[in-house]
Write a protein that binds this ligand. Structure first.
Ligand code: SF4
Ligand code: SF4
Length: 283
């Protein structure tokens, strides 16, 4: 079973929910936790340990100048501005290349080949006996977040239970993370901004075709607008985490409430049961 944890905006506590859920589940079964927030991975802060790194490469074009006639077709085709054709040279801006392979297809001279280029890495560690943490890390200045996410998800293949922690927002990396998931947990907070971004995130989950439910984090008990929206859209409330100084204190020191506060392991186990019902798969 594959569960994605997402949020329309940053700072809602998405990674905290993912880490607590992973820790709770790892008490009784094998779990893979995949940090797909590859521009700013942070789950290793909850689960420190030595990691094995696997580099991630993507293909970029290389021009055979002996064949090239500087016709300009490849530069015209590349909508990312990664190729600039001058009268006697072709300049590649590799950090802009999205590895679509189109320049090679349109070249009438067969002058475009490909070479691998490292754009990031996947770090794999086992800080708990039953928990494998797989963190995607995109190199600074690179644009190919989806390639790192694909590599991280591939490394988790074969695990019976996998949690994907998506990046905040609704852009391509989130869609790449959600693809293939059985259920999506949308983490929100009951503020006007939170509700606005929950709407967008719910739409993305719907378009990708994944059943979604909501965790309301830092609830002050005034959740009516969020509850109305969820009722209207048929989104079940999977769990509510109240705003409390005790919880904030645990989280501020990088702790896990399911480990450090009584009763929360059971509540996260209940969250998992609710997700299983939502996904409609047997566990
Ligand atoms: S399309 Fe091929 S021949 Fe034309 S400029 Fe690009 S590499 Fe050279
Ligand atoms: S592979 Fe695609 S993105 Fe990269 S340079 Fe060629 S056309 Fe542009």
């Amino acid at each position: 079973m594959k569960i994605a944890i997402a949020s329309g905006k940053g700072g809602t506590g998405k990674s905290t929910v993912a880490a607590n859920l992973a820790f709770t589940l790892a008490r009784s079964r094998e779990v893979a936790l995949v940090d797909c927030d590859v521009e700013e991975p942070n789950l290793h802060l909850f689960f420190p340990g030595s990691a094995v790194d696997v580099p991630v490469t993507t293909p970029v074009p290389v021009i055979d100048l002996a064949r090239c006639t500087f016709c300009g077709e490849c530069g015209k085709f590349c909508r990312f501005g990664a190729l600039s054709v001058l009268k006697d040279r072709v300049i590649l801006f590799p950090e802009l290349c999205h590895s679509c392979g189109g320049c090679s297809l349109v070249c009438p001279q067969g002058a475009v080949g490909e070479v691998p280029r490292t754009v990031g890495r996947v770090a794999c560690s086992c800080s708990l006996p039953a928990l494998t943490l797989i963190s995607g890390v995109l190199n600074e200045g690179e644009v190919q977040a989806p390639a790192i996410i694909r590599a991280a998800k591939l490394l988790a293949e074969g695990h019976p239970l996998t949690l994907y922690d998506a990046s905040p927002g609704i852009a391509c990396p989130v869609i790449e993370t959600l693809e293939g998931s059985d259920a999506c947990v949308l983490v929100t907070e009951s503020t006007p901004f939170g509700l606005h971004d929950l709407r967008l995130a719910a739409e993305v989950a719907e378009r990708v075709g994944i059943p979604a439910g909501v965790v309301i984090n830092r609830s002050d008990g005034q959740d009516e607008a969020t509850l109305d929206f969820c009722r209207e859209r048929g989104l079940p409330i999977l769990m509510t985490v109240p705003f409390s100084r005790e919880i904030a204190a645990v989280q501020n020191r990088g702790g896990l409430i399911c480990r450090d506060l009584p009763g929360w392991e059971e509540r996260f186990a209940g969250l998992f049961d609710a997700i299983v019902r939502l996904a409609g798969v047997s566990q």
